[in-house]
Ligand binder design. Sequence first.
Ligand SMILES: *Cc1c(COP(=O)(O)O)cnc(C)c1O
Length: 537
Amino acid sequence: MNIEKIKMDLILNDDVDSPIDGVQEANTSHTLIDALFNSNTATLRNRVDDSCRKFFTSTDASTDLHIDDIRSKFMQFDAPAQGKSAEAYIDLLDSEVLPHCSHLASPRYLGHMTSPIPQFLPEIGRLVQTLNQNVVKMETSRGMAFLERQVIGMLHREIFRADRQFYEENLQATSSALGIFTSGGTLANICALWTALRLADTAQASESTKALSPDERPVIIGSELMHYSFDKGAQLLGAQLHKVPVNNLFQIDLDALNDAVEKYRQAGRKIVCLVAIAGTTDYGSIDAIAKICDIGKKIGAHVHVDAAWGGGLILSESNRHLLDGIAQADTVTIDGHKQLMLPLGCGMLFFRDPALSQLTMHHAPYAVRATSFDQGRFTLEGTRPATALYLHAALHIIGKNGYDDIFSKSMQRARYMAQTIETRPEFELIAAPVMNILTYRYIPEKYRNKKIDDLDNIQINRFNISLQKWQRQKGDSFVSRTFRAIGQYNNQGLTLLRAVLLNPLTTNDDIDFLLNDQLHIARLLESRIRDTPASHS
Ligand SMILES: *Cc1c(COP(=O)(O)O)cnc(C)c1O
């Protein structure tokens, strides 16, 4: 039998039951398969609806159970041998797991960049999960792969504003991509650095093969407020990350940036990437993007804008001026799961010039083929869900005007909170909101109306840590905290309370409630300290 004949037999026999399929399976497994794939899920869906409603209507920030008690509920490590009904499983979740989740949808949860998501999105999520398209390649996602490129193109146009012909040629081109979806801002930033380093390698091909000593490594420069994903990326890629101080508005200090650039150039070092931050994680401050792009152009360095937090504003006619200059960047990161209120897992990286996407291209003969439409050629990640559908849905259902309204209200809330803090002698506003984040701290009574020195600040830091922890434990409201060097206090490190005014359901009353909650806790803390002075001096 020759080889052609064998192949033919295999193909022809494909339609015939194989011996394995022919074996009569035990009844029990038929029942299991039926239960898993053919049963009516209406009851289950009602149960899940109930759980969602419970979550959505909690107004506290979390339960007040101590973290150690929650931890002790998750100590069982034998995998269940016997399955149970899905309804019984929901019972388990309802009693043991869901009560201990963070109530991100609560209007008094003002701590982090994770928003409640509009109610249509979990329904879209059912579609994403039921269709289970794998957008790594065309053969597992067909039309969805084009949709992904389409929504990337829509945001690309908002960011870079190229002409119609550019999008007609590039939106669905096979050879390059206008951008990629990633699991988040971290991956998007790492991919941007990867691109910048490949670009430098391509320019200096002769040097790319030899091992570099530490002081020959390519250099990435950004402000000290760069997200820690840049530390991860620089380490992974063998680059040196240089952090420049910020000015009083928490933007990169441009003189210091120029000095750093000069220093490395004089030492003969290759600067491969300048990073501008559009919405720092700590303060929401925005670097002088246009100026950084100019410096990048002058020295031939790639400019990446980390707009993971602030990039959503590009959709808002009345706020997009905050991102002026972004169209000159080479790459831009945006997290859809932050300001755009999409479910988690909606990071994106955009390439101004789609040719940049080719620098990190990879293919595989069995799936992600070189000349295909496969988006997996351009992504660091392999298998990926069609999270693009969330963005597609939000753009169609909320629209640019809807986002404009949501962002403008969110900024108003931030300004209201800042003003309220400024009228209260108990608080000190540290960073007024440029977007919808603000930082402040509580000043205990004995430090008010005096010049605060270094030792005072150490005590005030301790106090604010206790305050934030107590508030978190109590669970009625929540802000996060950060620790940063502050220029107006000679760069001493200060513990700051950090409010993120993202939740559209938060009202001014909720903000008042939260600040009053803090004042109440702070007074209790102060009286405790007075009673036991030794432990706090
Ligand atoms: C949130 C954030 C990131 C990281 O994004 P993930 O989605 O958490 O990986 C990066 N940069 C900035 C400025 C951010 O705010």
